[in-house]
Ligand binder design. Sequence first.
Ligand SMILES: CCCCCCCCC/C=C/C(=O)SCCNC(=O)CCNC(=O)[C@H](O)C(C)(C)COP(=O)(O)OP(=O)(O)OC[C@H]1O[C@@H](n2cnc3c(N)ncnc32)[C@H](O)[C@@H]1OP(=O)(O)O
Length: 289
Amino acid sequence: MNIIRTVRSVAFSSIPNRTLSTTRSLSTPSAQYTAFEVNDKTGIATLTLNRPPVNSLNLELLTEMRNCLKDAETNKCKGLIITSSSNSVFTAGLDLLEMYQPQDERVKSFWTALQSMWMELYGSKIPTAAAINGHAPAGGCLIATACEYRVMLPNFTIGLNETLIGIVAPKWFVSAFLNVVPRRVAEQAITQGKLFTTAEAHNVGLVDDVVNTKEEAIAKCEQFIGSFKNVNPYARALTKQQFRIKELQELEQQREKDLQIFLGLIMQPSVQKAMGIYLEGLKKKSKKQ
Ligand SMILES: CCCCCCCCC/C=C/C(=O)SCCNC(=O)CCNC(=O)[C@H](O)C(C)(C)COP(=O)(O)OP(=O)(O)OC[C@H]1O[C@@H](n2cnc3c(N)ncnc32)[C@H](O)[C@@H]1OP(=O)(O)O
C-alpha cells in the first residue's frame, strides 16, 4: 500500500490525516481549508479543497492553496492533483461574500491572493491536473483550466458564468479558457455565462476525460502525470513556460492595474446590487432544499 505523507492537514475528520515524520520545513504551520498530501511511492502531491459547504474561495483558502503549490514545487513533487473533499462541488468559485459589501483592505488582499495563487498554479514547473469531482463554476473553472489536464465526474457543471452574476471574467480568466476551447466557442459561452454539463465540456475539450468515481479521476490524473516519467523535468518546465509565459508576464506587469479595475467594477452600485440579488437567490434556493 502506498504511504501517504501528510505535510499539511485540516481539521475535518473526513480527510485522512496520518502524519509521518518528515524533514520538510513548511512555510505555514497550520492549514484550515486544505489537505496537502504527498504519496511517497509516486511522489505526486494531492491538494484537496475542504471548505464546506461549497469550497468557495476566500482569502484564507486562496492563501493556503498558494502555499501548497509552492511546497509541491519546492519539494520537487512529481506532479500535483487538485480535487475536492465534497461529493458535489469542486469549488463554487470565488467567495461572493468577499466581494459583496467588502472591507477595503480585505478585498484588496483577497484579489491579490487570487492573482498570486493563479500565477503559481498556471506557471507551476511540475505537471498539474484537476480531478473535478463536482460543480466548477467561475473561479472553479479558472483553477481547472490553469491545470494541464482535467478529468471530470458526470452530471456536474463547469464554465465561466460571471456575466450571469453581473460581473466580468478578467482577461486572465479567459486566456486559460482559450487554451483549451476554440475561440468561437469560448466567446459565445463566456458572454452567455454558460455552464457546460460534463458531457458538453468533454465535447468542446474543456475537460479531457470523464470517469464515474473520484478514485478513477485521481487514477487518471496520476496516469497523466506519469506520462512524463521519461521526460527531463527541466526541459519539460521550460517548454511549458514557453506556452504560458505571455499570460503570466501580462498579469505580473499589470497586477496593480488589474486590482484597480477589479475594485472599480465591483464597487459600482449596480454591480453590488446584482451581486446581492444573486446571493439572495442562492440563499433562498438552499433554504428550499
Ligand atoms: C474586467 C475585470 C473586472 C473584474 C470583475 C470581477 C471578477 C470576479 C470573478 C468572479 C469569479 C467567481 O468565481 S464568482 C462566483 C461564481 N460562483 C457561482 O456562481 C456559484 C454559485 N453557487 C452555486 O451555483 C451552487 O452553490 C453550487 C456550487 C452549484 C452548489 O449547489 P448546492 O445546492 O450544493 O449548494 P447551495 O445550497 O447552492 O449553497 C450552499 C451555501 O453556499 C453558499 N454559496 C454558494 N456559492 C457561493 C459562492 N460562490 N460564494 C459564497 N457563498 C456561496 C450559498 O449561498 C449557500 O449558503 P447558505 O444559504 O448560507 O447555506
